[in-house]
Each structure stands twice: as structure tokens, then as C-alpha cells.
Design a protein around this ligand. Sequence first.
Ligand code: MMA
Ligand code: CA
Length: 160
Amino acid sequence: MRYYLVGLVSFSIVVVVSAGVCPDGWLHNGGSCYAFIDSEPEGWIEAMFYCSTVKAKLVEVESVSENNFLKKHLQEIGTTANYWIGLSDIINEGHYIWQTTQDNVDFSDWATGEPNDLGHTEDCAEFYHPVSFQWNDAPCSTKSNFICEKSSTSVPDVIG
Ligand code: MMA
Ligand code: CA
């Protein structure tokens, strides 16, 4: 008597990365999640710290499409408030950089005449409501709304 064990194991796993997922209350766009914080206006440094506590950064706006998405949302919610972004020359006057990543400013959307460092008191950048949310420099101690940004998590989806 002979026994033959014929094993045929066949499997295929196709992993497809589905659309990014954001925590509840965060908006998804282009690989990032955004939280618009309007319940507790903060100075710019406190806004930086708040975002770090939710494992995010004060928003860094690095492209036309990202800028348009954020400005469009601000227009849609009808706010008249200004919103801090993560851009400042607080460390090195006259040299604006994105402060969480220390990235240079390749893309910018300053309003005409900005940044003007009015009264030598303005080192922090914001989406500025009076000029359709183009960017303005303002005193970092001003209590304003702000936007936190973090990467969206991609969820692997086994489909076969
Ligand atoms: C305000 C203040 C400044 C800004 C100017 C623009 C009067 O000051 O928001 O930061 O540069 O307006 O006119
Ligand atoms: Ca200004």
C-alpha cells in the first residue's frame, strides 16, 4: 500500500489600500485629516501645543489644492473668524518657516502687502477672513481659531 499525499495549497491575497480614514469630526482631503478648532480660541503657541496633544500639527499648507480645500471649507461654514496656520518667523525674524516640520515655504498665499509685521509685533500666520482667507501675519498672542492636521490612516482591504 502506498500513500501519496498530494497537497495543493493555493491562496491569493490582494490587498487594496482603501481611501484614508479620519477620526470622527476630522475632514479628509488629499492624504490628510483636518480638525477646525473653533470652541477655544488660543494664542499661536497654545494652538501648536493643542494640535500636538491630539497627535497632529498646526496645519501646514503646502499646495494650491490644499489651500483651496481649507479656504473653501472656511467659506462654506460661513465663519468670520481668523484661523492660525503653522507658519511663523517667531524663531528667526523675517524668515517664515512651517514650524512643526521646519519645512521651507515653497507655496504661499499671503494677502497683498503681507506679511507686514505691523508695529513689529506680528510673527504668526493665519487664514485672514477680511481678504477671503488669504494669509496675514498677526501677533502670536492673539486668541484665534486654528486648524490641526494629521495623516489619514490607510486601511488595507483584503478583497480576494
Ligand atoms: C490689521 C492687522 C494686520 C494687517 C492689517 C492689514 C490694521 O492691522 O490684521 O495684521 O496686516 O490689518 O490691513
Ligand atoms: Ca499683518
